[in-house]
Ligand binder design. Structure first.
Ligand code: ATP
Ligand code: MG
Length: 368
């Protein structure tokens, strides 16, 4: 209900804990972050005290609010609880997109992929498990589902197949949209039939190992590329004659930090990477903003999907009739305060967007 009123884009904010390796006796290590809203958990306040040249202390405070703010001690299960409804709506025929946005080291991969224990399992495996469970439950109502998955990496505006068998970086992959069915395909990539959550886990591990191999060729490449896991689900109901076609896209975005921080200054490859990341992240922001204007009644508004591979790939899942969630990941460190503020401003722009009402993609078997 709330989702309908607000439109179909939501933003969560998650602050990661200080890591054991970061703990020190320096009490200025932590940024001053408060969570004043104990009831709805929607607010976050950052502050910083500084002294000017005259020795006069000044305190700056920045307040933001989102659909949900998760404090450092929140668990993967708690975050997933808020995402599960959205994830499972792909079984009803919705196109769903979940993005993790934030600077390097802010917890995007931890949130999306997570660790190897049950407690640390991330959103991707949890969502997959949920979809399988719902599909199983709907069998009793006559639904039969078929699922397939792919996992891609977008690095320097080039697509790589993380589930492919061939050599990395060698094949050229093009994005194709079928206007009639609203389906997006990428040429020459592995699309794997999905039949159990455990099989999906091994696929994810395989994708991870391919990424790691590529990463040794190019230092820390994984955090400099976007990864997009797509689950497509087709359902047919023999009892009612209905069918549906939905998708779930789970995206671990490249680090959002600005040029100066990444030390890209004199390194040409690093510079190019950073420019490509900035370009695609701002393209994402622009697409969402354009959808917002369109939602406000500017029906013929042009949506600039083609400005980046990321937005072009997700075109059909990033439109007025899909469901989108952005999880903004933040570092708790004082040294990252400025970067956190940039992220919070980007997310606020996204959060203030209303992009129409999500539509299911289902139809009766005999209607055209
Ligand atoms: N909520 C959390 N609880 C415990 N540890 C966390 C949490 N979030 C992140 N971490 C840890 O913090 C470190 C950095 O997190 P992670 O690798 O997820 O960052 P990232 O945003 O994916 O960075 P990059 O852009 O470089 O890929 C990792 O060691 C991760 O295990
Ligand atoms: Mg990562």
């Amino acid at each position: 209900m709330v989702q309908e009123l607000k439109g179909n884009i939501r933003v969560f904010c998650r602050v990661r804990p200080v890591l054991p390796s970061e703990v020190s006796s320096d009490e200025n290590l932590w940024a001053e972050i408060e969570y004043p809203d104990n009831l709805d958990h929607k607010e976050i306040v950052l502050s910083s005290a500084s002294e000017n040249a005259m020795g006069i202390e000044r305190k700056d405070e920045w307040q933001f609010s989102f659909d949900r703010v998760f404090e450092p001690n929140s668990t993967q299960a708690e975050v997933f609880e808020e995402i599960s409804q959205l994830a499972q709506s792909c079984t009803d025929g919705y196109n769903v997109c979940v993005f993790a946005y934030g600077q390097t080291g802010s917890g995007k991969s931890f949130t999306m992929e997570g660790g190897s224990t049950e407690v640390t399992t991330g959103m991707i495996p949890r969502a997959v498990e949920q979809v399988f469970q719902v599909a199983e439950e709907l069998k009793s109502k006559g639904w039969e589902y078929r699922m397939e998955g792919q996992m891609l990496e977008i690095y320097n505006e080039t697509i790589n197949d993380l589930l492919g068998k061939g050599e990395f970086d060698k094949k050229k992959h093009d994005i194709k949209h079928d206007l009639k069915t609203g389906r997006t395909t990428v040429t020459d990539v592995a699309v794997v039939p999905l039949n159990s959550p455990s099989q999906v886990r091994s696929l994810l591990a395989f994708a991870q190992s391919r990424r790691t191999v590529a990463a040794t060729l190019m230092n820390e490449r994984s955090s400099r590329s976007h990864s997009v896991f797509t689950l497509r689900i087709y359902g047919e109901n023999k009892l009612t004659g209905e069918s549906c076609d939905g998708s779930l896209n789970l995206v671990d975005l490249a680090g959002s930090e600005r040029l100066e921080k990444s030390g890209a200054g004199n390194d040409k490859d690093r510079l190019r990477e950073t420019q490509n990341i900035n370009k695609s992240l701002s393209a994402l922001g622009d697409v969402i903003a354009a959808l917002g204007e369109k939602g406000e009644g500017k029906g013929d508004k042009h949506i600039p999907y083609r400005n980046s591979k990321l937005t072009y790939l997700l075109q059909n899942s990033l439109s007025g009739n899909s469901k989108t969630l952005m999880v903004l990941n933040l570092s708790p460190l004082a040294s990252h305060l400025n970067e956190s503020l940039c992220s919070l401003r980007f997310a606020t722009k996204v959060n203030n967007t209303t992009i129409g009402t999500a539509k299911k993609q289902n139809r009766l078997a005999n209607s055209s």
